[in-house]
Design a protein around this ligand. Structure first.
Ligand SMILES: Cc1cc2nc3c(=O)[nH]c(=O)nc-3n(C[C@H](O)[C@H](O)[C@H](O)COP(=O)(O)O)c2cc1C
Length: 309
């Protein structure tokens, strides 16, 4: 009998544990040429803001050894266009939707969550408190990301929690000393899940021109290069929180996804690798089913945090 791949992520039922990394899948339409995107456990949207954003100037995306650096700067269509054009398409396809949001204050996040819920345009909210690409790198220092400061994580999570009954996931940054601190703050403030990790801060310089390789100077590193860091952070968080984790960072194959699940993730997201292999997320789902069958696992939930030590 095929294994049961269904998971419950803080109240969000997913038919399998696989979603996509916000910002690597737009709003799903382009990928539907490669596979039926409703087969995903959920589609996670690009971060949505109240107003549309053009993002940073190019170059804003470069390849690095085993990964990529990006400084897209939250380019997105804005909540109005999402509600009018993107959400109906996803709904029509029958997709489960994780609406990822980004704002400049707790009130903006709350407003975005409220509108997504009121319009039935998301089944869960993922609050991106960890985008590294919206600050001026020439002057920024210290805690420039909300998710680097547990007190701010508390304030933002509480505001969004008060605005929506949808399952609420808080997306954290790996650019901290101890990832457990913001995770515990999010849990105590009412989050239903933790999404980790966003990108690691990085930069590169072209010695010939002596100029930064990204127009934003600093960007976020993603891809296979960050996978061991991400697996470790999932493990660190799983040890201290009771709410489920959506794990991501360099997942390319089912074997990669299994590392995250065994470390304690309930669900996983395929991010940058979809750029190289558009149907990678589908292959991960198939590979998880095959693994369960080969290892006589009836329910994939048996594998969550099941690393043997
Ligand atoms: C081009 C690009 C754009 C991204 N945009 C967003 C975003 O808008 N919101 C967000 O929460 N994360 C964003 N991310 C982070 C990813 O969702 C993911 O957390 C990170 O890339 C790690 O996963 P990966 O190594 O599989 O890509 C972006 C990543 C990339 C590469």
């Amino acid at each position: 009998m095929p294994a049961n791949l269904q998971v419950n992520v803080g109240g969000l039922l997913m038919k399998n544990p696989v979603t996509v990394g916000s910002g690597t899948f737009a709003y799903g339409q382009e990928y539907d040429r490669y596979f039926d995107v409703s087969r995903l456990g959920a589609v996670t949207t690009k971060s949505l803001s109240l107003k549309p954003r053009a993002g940073n100037k190019p170059p804003r995306l470069v390849e690095t050894p085993s990964g990529m650096l990006n400084a897209i700067g939250l380019q997105n269509v804005g909540i109005d266009v999402y509600l009018r054009e993107k959400a109906p398409w996803l709904r029509n396809k029958g997709c489960t939707i994780i609406g990822n949001i980004y704002g400049y204050s707790p009130e903006e996040y709350a407003e975005l969550a409220r509108r997504l819920e009121a319009e039935g345009a998301a089944d869960a909210i993922e609050a991106n408190l960890s985008c590294p690409n919206v600050h001026d790198a020439r002057t920024a220092r210290g805690c420039t990301l909300v998710a680097q400061d547990p007190q701010q994580v508390t304030a933002y999570t509480q505001a969004i929690r008060a605005a929506t009954k949808l399952p609420l996931f808080i997306k954290l940054t790996p650019n901290v000393l101890d990832i457990a601190e913001p995770a515990l703050a999010a849990e105590a403030a009412g989050a239903d899940g933790i999404a980790i990790i966003n990108t690691l801060l990085g930069m590169g310089i072209d010695p010939e021109t002596r100029r930064p390789i990204l127009s934003n100077i600093v960007g976020g590193l993603s891809g296979p290069a960050i996978r061991p860091v991400a697996v470790k952070m999932v493990w660190d968080v799983a040890k201290v929180v009771k709410i489920p984790i959506i794990g991501m960072g360099g997942i390319c194959t089912a074997a990669d996804a299994l590392q995250f699940i065994l470390a304690g993730a309930t669900a996983v997201a395929v991010g940058s690798y979809s750029f190289r292999q558009p149907d990678a997320s589908m292959k991960v789902i198939e590979g998880l089913a095959e693994y369960c069958e080969r290892h006589s696992v009836a329910n994939i939930t048996e594998l969550i945090g099941a690393m043997k030590v």
